[in-house]
Design a protein around this ligand. Structure first.
Ligand code: ZN
Length: 278
């Protein structure tokens, strides 16, 4: 993606290399709970035990250090992508007679406290509606490449940011709240299906963003996004972590579904085509 020299968002709070008091890895992000899934499916105990385990394993503090030039450059890239989502979603909201509220973003290392509780690198990037912020430990992308087989590249990161921004859009339009209300009256299986709908719609919105960002795309960018979307499919993650696939437990959608909805958004650029709940 062409990004050097472009405008940067002022909504990024870069806490990398700073000490953090965070503990406890919980909640869902771009991926299901990988580490929980590993232990849960291998029958190593119940979830409470595992959460406690993670809590004690997570470092409570990180030593302060200066960021490397590569880390600083990555931070600038993230700011450009976030700014780009701000511009594009502001336009879309305006065209629909509404106004967009920009989300915040926190870059952290190891652990962080959020309005949704503590989080660690193990939770993967995620959006917290309580403080309207996206949280990312950028080292996740290294893991996505080495452990989950994504091809990597800057546009993989851009896709994940755009997906989390998609969750913010669902929050401010009320979709996420509606889904949560409905889920309380449902069986776990039905509630999971609605979660999949939310996740696929966030992928669709990431595609819509890429559509409106076409002039800055480079050869191979869309493939990088699709490769990342594929790597974080529930079936791909379950296969890698437990060796078997349990469709009823899906909360994010299969690799094929995630790629398909990103593509639909990218092709149409039209938010009205994003009903993923049927
Ligand atoms: Zn998501």
């Amino acid at each position: 993606m062409k990004w050097k020299g472009r405008q940067r968002s002022t909504n990024v709070d870069d806490r990398r290399g700073k000490s953090s008091g965070g503990k406890l890895a919980a909640g869902g992000g771009i991926i299901g709970l990988i580490f929980l899934a590993i232990q849960f499916f291998s029958g190593d105990g119940d979830v409470t035990d595992i959460l406690n385990q993670i809590q004690t394993q997570s470092p409570a503090t990180t030593e302060e250090r200066a960021l490397t030039p590569e880390e600083l450059e990555l931070g600038e890239f993230v700011e450009v992508v976030l700014k780009d989502t701000e511009d594009i979603w502001s336009n879309i909201f305006r065209e629909n007679g509404s106004s967009y509220r920009e989300p915040g973003m926190v870059l952290f290392t190891d652990a962080v406290n959020t309005a949704c509780g503590g989080a660690s690198a193990a939770s993967g990037p995620f959006y917290c509606p309580g403080d309207e912020k996206i949280y990312m430990d950028l080292r996740f992308f290294e893991e996505l490449r080495t452990r989950f087989g994504a091809q990597g590249g800057d546009f993989a990161i851009a896709y994940v940011i755009a997906h989390e921004v998609g969750h913010h859009v669902q929050h401010i339009t009320g979709t996420a709240g509606e889904v949560r209300t409905q889920q309380q009256r449902m069986s776990q299986g039905q509630a999971n299906e609605l979660s999949v709908g939310l996740e696929l719609q966030a992928d669709f919105y990431a595609g819509v963003w890429a559509h409106h960002n076409r002039e800055y795309l480079e050869e191979g960018d869309i493939e990088e996004a699709l490769s990342a979307a594929s790597a974080v499919g529930d079936d791909a993650i379950q296969k890698r972590t437990s060796g078997r696939v349990v469709p009823d437990s899906f909360t994010h959608g299969t690799s094929a579904q995630r790629m398909e909805w990103f593509k639909r958004g990218y092709r149409s650029g039209d938010i009205r085509q994003g009903n993923t709940f049927q």
